[in-house]
Design a protein around this ligand. Structure first.
Ligand SMILES: [Zn+2]
Ligand SMILES: [Zn+2]
Length: 249
């Protein structure tokens, strides 16, 4: 399903702002709970009209680096990145070539990511069962909508927190299957340039104070979240998801 008319904005001379559609949180089969090859992800992302993506596997950067190399063949930008397990919870590192040390405190990891020239984004901060990091004092952006949700409460809390602290707001599909790519995406509205063709420029557009973001999110169907969590997190997680599902029905 196409996302909309992003490409039209490139040629619209009356509108100097550029609108980029990006999904900055996608897992490939290099994640223990991911199922899709980077090729299928890139193909899908390009097909639905995303301008850029980031493959962010758990504590593994190899497939993301490979996606970055081959993305131009698909007419899309792929930002190299990773979802790091810090001792406080998950952290997305975008725009880095090296894997930061795993298991360090989140504030140190944020600094390390910046030293490596990257952007540190806190994903699903208030989803504690999914290793959300909670209230983080310093980062470059907060994920205010993550598609893998049950009630949406954690996302609302994240948005409130980002607003209060003045953090840049982004969203991510957290896709573990190719059909979920772009389920949530961030629209970056920027005046950076007439063309944003590299991952550096996409990240620069996110960093710019004059840029704004708009997050468009839809939830992952619960049967998919439950299946993925059951595979990745074991029986206990599956049980809690199941009871939450029954609570919702
Ligand atoms: Zn996570
Ligand atoms: Zn994730």
């Amino acid at each position: 399903m196409p996302l909309g008319d992003a490409s039209q904005n490139y040629s619209d001379a009356s509108d100097t702002a550029l609108r980029l559609k990006v999904d900055l949180h996608i897992h490939s089969d290099a994640s223990h709970d991911g199922r899709s090859s980077v090729e299928s992800i890139l193909e899908r992302a390009s097909e639905i009209g995303l301008d850029a993506i980031a493959i962010t596997d758990h504590d593994s950067i190899s497939e993301s680096l490979r996606a970055h190399e081959i993305a131009s063949e698909y007419g899309i930008v792929s930002i190299p990145g990773v979802e790091i397990s810090t001792s406080d919870g998950h952290l997305l590192a975008l725009g880095i070539d090296d894997l930061p040390e795993i298991g360090m405190p989140i504030d140190e990891t944020v600094e390390k990511v910046r030293d490596l020239g990257g952007l540190a984004v806190v994903p699903h901060p208030f989803q504690r069962t999914r290793h959300g990091a909670g209230k983080v004092d310093d980062c470059d952006a907060i994920e205010v909508y993550n598609s893998r949700l049950l009630t949406g409460r954690s996302n609302r809390k994240a948005k409130k927190y980002a607003e209060k602290k003045g953090f840049t707001q982004v969203g991510g599909s957290d896709a573990h299957t190719v059909s979920m790519v772009g389920r949530t995406y961030t629209e970056i509205i920027t005046t950076i340039d007439s063309k944003v063709e590299t991952s550096e420029k996409v990240l620069e557009s996110l960093r710019q104070e004059i840029s704004t973001t708009s997050v468009h999110g839809r939830r992952t169907p619960i049967h998919l979240s439950a299946r993925q969590i059951a595979k990745g997190g074991g029986k206990k997680a599956a049980k809690s998801i199941k009871s939450a599902m029954f609570g919702l029905l």
